[in-house]
Design a protein around this ligand. Sequence first.
Ligand code: UFG
Length: 323
Amino acid sequence: MKVFVAGGAGYIGSVCTEYLLDKGYDVTVFDGLITGHRQAVDPRAKFIYGNLEDRDFLFKCLCEGRYDAVMHFAAFSLVGESMKDPGKYFKNNLGNAINLADAAVKGGVKRFVFSSTAATFGIPEEMPIRETTAQKPINPYGESKLCFEKALRWYSDIHGLKYAALRYFNAAGASENYGEDHNPESHLIPILLQVAAGKRAKAMLFGDDYDTPDGTCIRDYIHVLDLAQAHEKALYAPESGHYNLGTGAGLSVKQILEAARKVTGHPIPADVVPRRPGDPPRLIACSDKARRELGWKPQYEDAETIIASVWKWMQKHPDGYEF
Ligand code: UFG
């Protein structure tokens, strides 16, 4: 099967590319290296340097390549930035995604796998969060992803482009070769490990006055290799649909801090600071649908295993991809 991976030089896209190549797929990565890294592209993949804004070039690539499937990872994903510059998010995460969907249809592609997010739910009305839970995003990032989820439904109905929208909860972890290298880094686990590695003096815990057992926010951390597994399984989904991807276990910021201390053997000093605006107190996935319909089964369910994989990757890449 030939797969076109938009955003294959980014964190989740690079790990999925490696996973697909290991399974024998023919993979082409398309990336404009805006937030991605050339070194993160598995050398076994074909690489096309390009921007999703460039509709003509995209159409040319998709028409010439005769791909069976498109995976779409190329998006902006900083919630805070989206609150300052919504246009940037709608332009890329919706407008450019439409370019890709149009090109996929033009190129005769039959399957489309889209990286969606728990942020489409906003502050959820039920926990755990099911596919049927009301989606009411509280930031332009989540809204832009939801808009494209909705658009895909019409591409499926009208053009027969079968899609899977995979709503990641908190993607974490690394494979042997590929990991998370954001600049600036905003995610909890890499920040804690940067403290352990001596790159930051201390961590900040954003609020300990939430209505949760230890007062800090609860998230569902899902290993990036488990997300990769879900992408592969989604290529064979019987129908178009949406899937929530998490382990179903909620861990608090303080629990993650303790796990990071255990894995690294470092005290990781951390100060409690005020809440970060826009953080929902609790996000936990119900992934029964993905397990049932895709046959997906997460393999890395405990925090220490996930954190240890990041720690190992950071030892090998102390300066990220700038080695
Ligand atoms: N946190 C801290 N200190 C930090 C960084 C984070 O206490 O230095 C806390 C946050 O407040 C939050 C938790 O750690 O409670 C996890 O924060 P992350 O930034 O790692 O992840 P988010 O839950 O904010 O974001 C993730 C994805 C987003 C997605 C969102 C859905 O990275 O793309 O889930 O809500 F939009």
